[in-house]
Design a protein around this ligand. Structure first.
Ligand SMILES: [Cu+2]
Length: 175
């Protein structure tokens, strides 16, 4: 029964969306994946992404992080995760609208800004995050081919250009 109800809801959402602008929105069915690379190049977990009428839902499970603390979580511009360069290869935050960084900025935030996440006692971060400023495609607001990033420290939501979030600990190319 539960799955039937879910399919019915998805079908309703799709027809409503396509009736508005069939060629301007990502399909409601679009999904993606991303594999995290840790600070030393190790496998550090994964993300599953899906399109919803409310935005892109990002479901992450990342291991090997500093335990019991808040960390910043962003979408970065470039889909390149090179641990040897401390993941600097991923560039700055995804910011297609040329805004300032952070939820506290007068002209913010970046589309790639997302709330800090909490790492559990075992160094594992599990979270489900909705980002309604991006889409799961390669369009202007699209994040396919870009990178998810977890930092060593929490984002202060105001320091330019990246919230004083510290080192880049885990990076994943969105596919
Ligand atoms: Cu970042």
């Amino acid at each position: 029964m539960k799955s039937i109800a879910i399919f019915a809801a998805v079908a309703l959402a799709s027809s409503a969306t396509f009736a508005v602008a069939a060629d301007q929105v990502a399909p409601v069915t679009a999904t993606g994946t991303a594999k995290f690379v840790g600070a030393k190049g190790e496998d550090a977990g994964k993300a599953d992404l899906s399109t919803t009428p409310a935005g892109v839902l990002i479901n992450v499970e990342i291991k090997g992080l500093p335990a019991s603390q808040w960390v910043a979580f962003h979408v970065h511009q470039t889909g390149s995760c090179d641990a040897a360069s401390h993941h600097e290869s991923a560039g700055g935050h995804f910011n297609p609208d040329g805004k300032e960084h952070g939820y506290q900025a007068a002209n913010g935030p970046h589309a790639g800004d997302m709330p800090n996440q909490y790492v559990g006692a075992g160094g594992v971060l599990r979270a489900q995050v909705i980002n309604d400023a991006v889409t799961l495609d390669k369009g202007e607001t699209g994040i396919v081919g870009r990178a998810l990033m977890v930092h060593a420290k929490p984002d202060d939501y105001k320091t330019q250009p990246s919230g004083a979030a510290g080192d880049r600990l885990a990076c994943a190319v969105i596919e």
